[in-house]
Unconditional design. Structure first.
Length: 206
């Protein structure tokens, strides 16, 4: 397994089992949010990934050392994904060692931060959500998802997407779930907004 794929799986495990799981057990919510340098819960408990640490209640840091289970125990909130909420999961387990590649971690986190900024530019009245099941950042417009993914079984590389499985496949609608563009083709907010706007125009014209 390459460094990007293995690091994505572990970060997905962090999002799902160390943040979304405790939050769901506490207040019934799974949604997360992007923050500078990482991602965080939106409710209780206040947990935030910042670099290679988990920040608890803005007052205590737990390094991402050892296994996912070790870190969960150190936070006091345990490790465990949300139960009976969705069917797609990270595949990470409490016994997985947090061997994060620094470069790969930077690629994924920076992509989420860029995607969050671009989604806010596209639709200022919408609040992007980091969803723990798919490990993507997205908003809903015209009943379709617009977002960025850290990668998955469809594409091992990060990508941006517009979801639509109704319109005919063509050069734009080039993926089974809609439209997909690799992150390497979208270097900034302007390029991302242009891609999503093209999708909006196509949806609006049908």
């Amino acid at each position: 397994m390459d460094a990007l794929t293995s690091t994505r799986r572990l970060l997905h495990g962090v999002a799902e089992g160390l943040l979304a799981g405790p939050q769901h057990r506490s207040c019934g919510r799974i949604a997360l949010r992007v923050v500078p340098g990482g991602f965080a819960t939106v409710g209780h408990p206040a947990l935030r990934l910042e670099g290679t640490d988990l920040v608890i209640d803005e007052g205590r840091r737990v390094p991402l050392n050892g296994t996912l289970g070790d870190v969960g125990a150190a936070t006091g909130h345990g490790y465990g994904e949300p139960v009976d909420v969705y069917h797609e999961h990270s595949g990470a387990s409490a016994d997985d060692s947090l061997d994060l590649d620094a470069d790969a971690r930077g690629v994924i986190v920076d992509w989420f931060v860029l995607g969050d900024a671009a989604l806010r530019a596209l639709a200022p009245n919408e609040v992007p959500t980091l969803w723990p099941e798919h490990f993507d950042v997205a908003i809903l417009l015209q009943h379709r998802s617009f977002g960025v993914s850290a990668g998955d079984d469809y594409s091992p590389q990060p990508y941006a997407y517009v979801s639509d499985n109704l319109l005919p496949r063509d050069d734009f609608w080039n993926a089974p779930f809609g439209a997909c563009r690799p992150a390497e083709q979208l270097s900034g907010v302007t390029e991302l907004v242009a891609f999503w706007s093209a999708g909006l125009d196509r949806i609006s014209s049908t």
